[in-house]
Structure formats: C-alpha cells, structure tokens
Write a protein that binds this ligand. Structure first.
Ligand code: FES
Length: 119
C-alpha cells in the first residue's frame, strides 16, 4: 500500500476548509461530501483516513461502526473488520472496503481519488 501511493496518480478534491471543520461522532467517525456521495473520515493515531460510507458485505452504514484498537473499521451489523489503510477485510475473503487518501493542506482538507476511478 505504501508503495502504491508513490506511483499511483490521484485527483484531489477539497472537501473542507480544514480538519477543524470535520465533525466526528461519538465513535470518532465523520462524513464528508465527495462529489454527490458521502464518505467516512476518521483520525486514527494522528493520521486521517477515508473510506466508503457503505460496507461492501451488505451495505451497512460504516459511519455507525467503530474503529478498534488495531485500526480496523468494525461494521455495526455483522462486525466484519476492514483494515483502515488498505480496506482489506480481516475476517472474510473477497471483501475489500474502498479507501481514499487524505491530505490536510494549509488551504483545506483534501481527499485523493485514484486517477481513472470514479468517486
Ligand atoms: S453489512 Fe457490514 S459486515 Fe455485514
């Protein structure tokens, strides 16, 4: 994943004026508008991460899930766990949560979408 970040190209979208504008729920998960959809954002160990709003298993709202101590997103419905960095499911084969890059810049909070992929 780390190496992918260097050779992949991203389109960047400014989704907030800054990280202070991001509202997090009691589980520490927020949502931002990315084009016409919402995605989740979370700050885990001082690093921002972004991932799809809907669970790839059966579509539950991951904004209602939680982040465990290992940095996995835990779905609120069947408790599947997804690695916050690469979206790989830790408990079942064949499921991968879409993740996005995040950059906090002086002029805003940005989400990076891999070039060639839709939002
Ligand atoms: S809907 Fe998320 S694990 Fe089933």
């Amino acid at each position: 994943m780390i190496f992918e970040m260097f050779w992949k190209k991203y389109n960047w979208y400014r989704v907030a004026a800054g990280e202070g504008e991001i509202r997090l729920n009691a589980s520490g998960i927020g949502t931002v508008e990315l084009g016409d959809k919402k995605i989740c954002v979370v700050r885990f160990r001082d690093v921002w991460h972004a991932f799809a709003l809907y669970c790839p298993h059966a579509g539950a709202l991951l904004s209602e899930g939680r982040i465990d101590e290992g940095g996995n997103i835990v779905c609120p419905v069947h408790a599947y766990k997804y690695n916050i960095r690469n979206g790989l499911c830790r408990v079942a084969d064949g499921y991968r949560l879409r993740t996005y890059r995040v950059e906090v810049r002086t002029d805003g909070f940005y989400i990076g979408v891999e070039e060639g992929r839709g939002l």
